[in-house]
Design a protein around this ligand. Sequence first.
Ligand SMILES: C[S@@+](CC[C@H](N)C(=O)[O-])C[C@H]1O[C@@H](n2cnc3c(N)ncnc32)[C@H](O)[C@@H]1O
Length: 211
Amino acid sequence: MDSLLSQSLKDYIINTTSPESTHLQNLRKETMTQTAAPQMLSGPVEGMLLQFLVKLLGAKHCLEVGTFTGYSALHIANALPLDGKLITCENQKEHAAIAQKYFDLSPHGHKITLRLGDAMQTLPTLHEPFDLIFLDADKSNYPLYYDLLIPKLRTNGLLIVDNALWKGKVIAPQDKQTMAIDALNQKARHDPLVQTVMLSVRDGILLIRKG
Ligand SMILES: C[S@@+](CC[C@H](N)C(=O)[O-])C[C@H]1O[C@@H](n2cnc3c(N)ncnc32)[C@H](O)[C@@H]1O
């Protein structure tokens, strides 16, 4: 979807969104230079959207699947109240190390618990009802994550699915990852327990509210 926007329009969107903190800017810069796939980082517009959703929902208990270097986790934590909690799951030690370094340097880092390991193993051990869940990990498992995560949401809680349009490939899925993303999108759309809205922000964000 990014490719549908000119660079100048992308710049305009960033420049009309409240700016990220210096700490988040430093993390984004380090991610660009120190990681092999920096494009995985969600970015300032999606980050600010996450902050809005956390605040509007009055969320206190949040979960993230796919920490990477901690950029979206810190956006969520920034918006949480002092006693708010975020559990974030990551299976790559190198990613987790950068994330934890930036959590430790942030005044909001105490709200975040990083669970290192395969999220498929971690998630069944988490039992609290969550107000908001951000799904942003291995795309091929998206439908499995949907089945694991929806029961963990409280009523009126929000599941936010990143890369839901996968650069537009969901229109005609050809590969395993795109098929899995489309399968989650369709599953949610036809689930009578939830309402969905697809946003064409960045690479597509599917908002799923549990009724
Ligand atoms: C797209 S990145 C997350 C980006 C991050 N949410 C952000 O906005 O900056 C996906 C991350 O999920 C991690 N990941 C992939 N499969 C995973 C799994 N099964 N369990 C835990 N983490 C996983 C990857 O190592 C990667 O760091």
